[in-house]
Design a protein around this ligand. Structure first.
Ligand SMILES: Nc1ncnc2c1ncn2[C@@H]1O[C@H](COP(=O)(O)OP(=O)(O)OP(=O)(O)O)[C@@H](O)[C@H]1O
Ligand SMILES: [Mg+2]
Length: 303
């Protein structure tokens, strides 16, 4: 149903920045967050620029969701600074973040499965026509706009009347990305958009991440998967146990290095050593320790 329309692929830094947008849109300086006694995040520095994809990687519990919850206005930081357009901010609600142009697409998208695609596109911001009290939904205009906007992003669906629940997970993510672009987002946060998707659908979502970037948005792409990150990323931040372990731009880190940071090669080698003590596990059948520390093809998975 989704067809490709050839959006920009990621070339070497062809970044077309608006002149007034030289600084980061969103910045964290030594930011941290504690939930009571639990320190989920500490000393995190992050800069999000327009027309760039900033990838945040990290294992389960590393603090990725906590980080984006601060930026999207769900939680407040308890240490350091959070700036938008260079001004310190502290959002109390996601609405305040949205008013600053920070839109978040969550994994479990808030859609109404039985409603048509176009209706979900405008959910909560419906177009109306006519004067009060005979004001009514402008269905034709909403259908036309949704169709145009999806096409502009290179997303072609056969029928916008179909319930959004009949689209694949990847297609729904794409509709959510197009929606954020249409409603004027400057920063788009995606929390593990490819985690539950197969290879092909992940590719489609990555394409629209690149399309949003080409439209000038600053994209924050959360993922477990270094391969997905490296396909579209301009900047990579790896979190481990709540602190930033790596903060590197594309020219400073190779895919191998990124994969090694993520795969936790040394930890896997230690696990092999421990398994050797367990009866019934034939460690001879397991990969060599050198192979465990070498880059591996990871498949995305969430616990
Ligand atoms: N509301 C909360 N109250 C207490 N602790 C929390 C809360 N939310 C997160 N934590 C803790 O903060 C740490 C970071 O969690 P977070 O959800 O940010 O990790 P994550 O990187 O998003 O993990 P995952 O890959 O599993 O989504 C974890 O140790 C978690 O238990
Ligand atoms: Mg998370």
């Amino acid at each position: 149903m989704t067809s490709t329309n050839g959006t920009g692929t990621h070339g070497a830094v062809i970044v077309d920045k608006a002149p007034e947008q030289d600084g980061p849109v969103v910045e964290l300086r030594s930011a941290g967050k504690s939930y009571g006694n639990i320190r989920a995040l500490h000393g995190v520095d992050l800069k999000v620029f327009p027309s760039q994809v900033t990838c945040v990687l990290g294992d389960n519990g590393a603090g990725k969701s906590t980080l984006i919850k601060i930026i999207s206005g769900l939680h407040q930081h308890t240490e350091g600074e959070f700036l938008v357009d260079g001004e310190p901010v502290r959002f109390s609600t996601p609405r305040e973040a949205l008013d600053k142009g920070i839109a978040t697409v969550y994994q479990d998208l808030a859609v109404v499965p039985l409603m048509p695609v176009w209706r979900n596109f405008f959910l909560g911001s419906e177009m109306t026509k006519g004067p009060w009290p005979i004001r009514r939904l402008d269905i034709e205009k909403m259908k036309k706009t949704a169709d145009e906007e999806l096409r502009n992003m290179g997303i072609v669906l056969d029928d916008l009347e179909q319930p959004i629940g009949t689209l694949s997970g990847g297609q729904r993510q794409c509709v959510a990305i197009a929606r954020a672009v249409y409603f004027g987002a400057r920063v788009l946060i995606l929390d593990e958009p490819t985690a539950a998707l197969g290879v092909k659908q992940s590719g489609v979502v990555l394409k629209y991440i690149a399309a949003a970037r080409d439209r000038g948005l600053g994209v924050i792409f959360i993922t477990h998967n270094p391969h997905h990150a490296y396909m579209v990323g301009d900047h990579f931040s790896v979190l481990r146990l709540g602190t930033m372990e790596l903060n590197a731009s594309r020219d400073e880190v190779s895919l191998e290095e990124l994969t090694n940071h993520m795969a936790g090669g040394t930890e896997l080698a230690a696990l092999k050593h421990e398994l050797a003590q367990v009866r019934g596990v034939d460690v001879e059948e397991l990969p060599e320790e050198e192979d465990l520390t070498a880059p591996v093809a990871t498949s995305e998975g969430k616990s």
